[in-house]
Unconditional design. Structure first.
Length: 197
């Protein structure tokens, strides 16, 4: 089986998942897709902390716990589908990279809900955590990478071919077609770092 790795960049309720294979200078995209990890029937599903801010604290805790269970279940289904499809094509997932924002620890829920910037930070962590949990449940090792450290980590992982790897990834959109956005490129680069280990 051919080794492959996943890279994920999340937004509020959805994200981009890219699977790559190959060695550093010749990375190939084996899969890319948009994954949705919220249930549209749940009020506030795409912005759970925003919604929870309108609730009393005990109710907010229950709501967020239920929302997390739903998002983790949907993330597990999405990642399992990718793994199944790649396995059928003789690819073995050896790891995943999940792009993080700042990665700072969050304060208590009460403090989060009292601060609009912290609400945004918590929501980002909420959805990244759901995908991380999904990968771990499927026995896929997870490597968190702070987005602002992505280029520096690429230099460490790929050495003197780092810029060539980045150019290769940036140009993949021409051969595979759209969409090939900044999200896809960052996820692919992060995934390629898993294969370089």
């Amino acid at each position: 089986m051919t080794r492959a790795a996943l890279g994920v960049r999340m937004h509020s309720g959805w994200g981009v998942l890219v699977a790559v294979s190959g060695d550093a200078p010749s990375v190939e995209v084996t899969d890319r897709r948009r994954i949705v990890i919220t249930d549209p029937t749940i009020p506030g599903g795409n912005q759970p902390y925003h919604y929870a801010a309108s609730l009393e604290l005990p109710e907010a805790e229950r709501y967020l716990g239920n929302s997390a269970a739903v998002s983790e279940r949907l993330a597990s289904a999405a990642v399992a589908e990718v793994v199944r499809e790649l396995d059928a094509r003789h690819y073995r997932i050896v790891g995943s990279a999940i792009l993080l924002a700042s990665g700072r620890p969050l304060p208590s829920l009460a403090k989060i809900l009292a601060s609009h910037p912290l609400i945004h930070t918590a929501e980002g962590e909420f959805f990244r955590h759901a995908v991380s949990q999904a990968c771990e449940r499927l026995k896929i090792p997870v490597m968190p990478i702070r987005e602002r450290e992505l280029e520096e980590r690429a230099k460490t992982a790929f050495g003197n071919v780092a810029s060539r790897v980045q150019r290769t990834i940036a140009s993949l959109g021409r051969s595979i077609g759209p969409p090939w956005t900044k999200d896809h490129k960052a996820a692919a680069l992060a995934a390629a770092m898993i294969l370089a280990k």
